[in-house]
Design a protein around this ligand. Structure first.
Ligand code: DUT
Length: 240
């Protein structure tokens, strides 16, 4: 409960275990509690690699990551897991009911907590339209959801724990602009620090900070208005 959600990267370099080349090179930034950070960059630039370090899926090879001034390594894994919501690029759903999928990682979640999160993620109505509502089975023995529905279910799962830090790794890419904007409006109410990988200008515009990543480095940083003024590269992305 104590985490506020400030995130600091200090000279972070990273290579995947067993690999010789670095995928992140001397990354430093500071994000204040409650800020929204949009991460942009081409495929393979290192966006997911940066974000994976926050819930400690990996640790930096060099440098350190701090949350609220504490080195991640000094925070209990359990506390981290409770306070960080992370939706990976590929939604991970398993064969089980909608309810079981939502409660994954937080088995004490109540149905009303699940519904509230599902409403915020704009998936509640889809769920209630299913044959058995929240009890509907997904996967091989049940129904298949569309890409965008899976993404919203993963976002709902992350919101259930009311995270201080929410990481959406391209997890709204399949949503139309209007739905995405409703999801992000709802997330605003959680007052969490938000990292969102996106290709959408509308999402970048909302951010307090945009980080443009290329070849494992932050090459531009600022708000939409700032980058429109200062960055030819950002303008190119904006107008494309
Ligand atoms: N990489 C690995 N092992 C992994 C994951 C990635 O070696 O388990 C490499 C691939 C790439 C670099 O790390 O050269 C950065 O990948 P990352 O997935 O971080 O890039 P991205 O910006 O998130 O790309 P995308 O938009 O395609 O997800």
């Amino acid at each position: 409960e104590q985490l506020k959600g400030a995130v600091t990267f200090e000279h972070v370099s990273f290579r995947y275990p067993g690999m010789s080349s670095y995928v992140l090179k001397d990354i430093s930034f500071h994000v204040r509690p409650g800020e929204t950070v949009a991460i942009l960059g081409s495929t393979g630039a290192g966006k997911s690699s940066i974000l994976q370090l926050i819930p400690r899926l990996y640790d930096p090879t060099e440098g350190a990551v701090y949350v609220d001034g504490m080195n991640l390594k000094d925070i209990k894994m359990d506390d981290l897991r409770k306070r960080i919501g992370f939706t990976p690029q590929e939604s991970i759903l398993f064969s089980g009911t909608v309810e079981e999928n939502l409660a994954w990682g937080k088995s004490d979640a109540s149905l009303s907590e699940m519904k509230a999160a599902a409403k915020d993620a704009q998936i509640h109505e889809t769920i209630t339209d299913l044959k058995d509502g929240y009890e509907t089975k997904l996967g091989q023995k049940g129904i298949n959801l569309s890409g965008g529905q899976k993404q919203r279910l993963s976002v709902a799962r992350a919101l259930i724990r009311k995270p201080n830090i929410l990481i959406l790794d391209d997890s709204t890419s399949a949503l139309d602009l209007q739905t995405e904007s409703k999801v992000l409006d709802a997330i605003d109410e959680y007052k969490c620090t938000l990292f969102i990988v996106t290709q959408k200008l509308s999402t970048a515009k909302r951010a307090d900070k945009i980080m443009l990543i290329d070849d494992g480095k932050i090459i531009e940083e600022g708000t939409h208005d700032q980058l429109m003024n200062t960055s030819a590269l950002y303008r190119e992305i904006a107008y494309s």
